[in-house]
Design a protein around this ligand. Structure first.
Ligand SMILES: Nc1ncnc2c1ncn2[C@@H]1O[C@H](COP(=O)(O)OP(=O)(O)OP(=O)(O)O)[C@@H](O)[C@H]1O
Ligand SMILES: [Mg+2]
Length: 347
């Protein structure tokens, strides 16, 4: 009996297009003898569609093959395993995972808690602090109308003006700093500031994307990534390096600038690389991760110190994405990876 696999993609986040690319690769590489595949597309505005014609299917909004799903719950209920190939809000943040839990359906990847913690940069920081994994010093602000609230490490709150917020940052951390909306993905809303004027401008800008804002010390060094796979027995891939074409790995450098390069394995000492693998597994377990994640780090130039940057619970999954490439470098093929992830979901 073939496994009825629901492949859910698209989604209501800014990363809808990236998701379609990931889903296309996955669809092509799934073993059709093992799986009966049911592609499900979620549009940017949140409508769900099923596909009628499964011969040579193309994933796009070509309405010819797509039929609006009226009974979403019923349709999902009829499937055996669900594979959310969704990035960002409403896909990677625990919300859709909550729906799968209610339906009692096995699904690929992290559960509700790990997904939501991994999506919210402020809360990831809290968990990583607790796990004693080094990260860049940071300041956490909340925005309410034109007023800011500074939240200290003990979660005491203090109302501050933009000017006062910038003063706190200046006092606590050295420039350059990175300003990020807490729920950002694909670097949207993120900027690097070299002085107080830029800092204020970018705090205001980040506030357009999220009410929660993080300001972090910029770490000068290599940007490296490690992929993890498993539920209880977790394995880590080799470490890969990113060479952004821009001053940092901005949206443009990620998707539009072909001069951005990746290097597998990363140009770092074996000892550092082994530490990173261990830390990647530790970070994954600390947020209660399941299935897969890509864990991103910085290795500081002068000191070789490792700083964790973030964890992505549903990393990009095209054939040329970092996650599958890191495992491929270890001899684990893309289609094996898919089987493994589906097995882990059923576990
Ligand atoms: N503290 C820091 N020091 C140096 N560079 C940083 C720092 N924080 C972020 N960056 C740069 O900004 C980029 C985007 O930041 P980050 O990875 O936190 O955002 P993101 O939007 O969540 O990305 P993703 O799409 O991977 O989820 C990083 O890839 C890196 O190039
Ligand atoms: Mg990132």
């Amino acid at each position: 009996m073939k496994i009825k696999l629901g492949l859910i993609f698209g989604g209501m986040s800014t990363e809808n297009e990236v998701s379609v690319m990931s889903a296309n690769s996955i669809l092509k590489n799934l073993d059709k003898n093992k799986y009966e595949i049911f592609p499900i597309y979620i549009s940017k505005s949140g409508e769900w569609y099923q596909y009628d014609n499964l011969e040579n299917i193309e994933i796009n909004e070509n309405m010819q093959y797509m039929k609006k799903l009226e009974d979403i719950m019923g349709y999902l209920q009829s499937l055996d395993v669900l594979f959310p190939v969704l990035h960002g809000l409403y896909g990677e943040d625990g919300t859709i995972q909550g729906l799968f839990e209610i339906l009692k359906k096995p699904y690929v990847g992290c559960g509700v808690l790990a997904s939501s913690v991994g999506m919210d940069k402020a809360y990831t920081k809290v968990i990583f602090d607790k796990a004693n994994i080094r990260q860049a010093p940071y300041i956490y602000l909340k925005k309410y109308k034109d007023q800011y609230t500074y939240i200290d490490k003990d979660f005491n709150e203090k109302k501050v003006s933009l000017e006062e917020a910038a003063d706190i940052v200046e006092k606590e951390i050295d420039f350059p700093v990175f300003i990020k909306p807490a729920n950002s993905g694909s670097s949207v809303g993120i900027n690097k500031a070299k002085n107080k004027e830029e800092l204020k401008k970018y705090i205001e800008y980040a506030g357009k994307f999220d009410k929660k804002i993080l300001i972090e010390k910029g770490i000068g060094g290599k940007e490296v990534e490690c992929a993890v796979l498993g539920n209880d027995d977790v394995m880590a891939s080799c470490v890969g390096e990113i060479k952004p074409a821009d001053e940092f790995y901005s949206y443009d450098a990620k998707y539009q600038n072909e001069d951005s390069k990746t290097l597998i394995p990363a140009n770092i000492d074996e000892e550092v690389s082994n530490k990173i693998r261990k830390l990647a597994i530790k970070a994954f377990k600390a947020i209660d991760g399941k299935g897969l994640s890509r864990v991103d780090f910085f290795v500081e130039d002068k000191t070789n110190q490792i700083y964790i940057n973030e964890i992505n619970t549903l990393p990009g999954f095209t054939k040329i994405s970092m996650y599958p490439k890191l495992f491929e470098a270890e001899g684990i093929q893309y289609n094996y990876l898919l089987d493994k992830l589906i097995n882990l979901a059923q576990e």
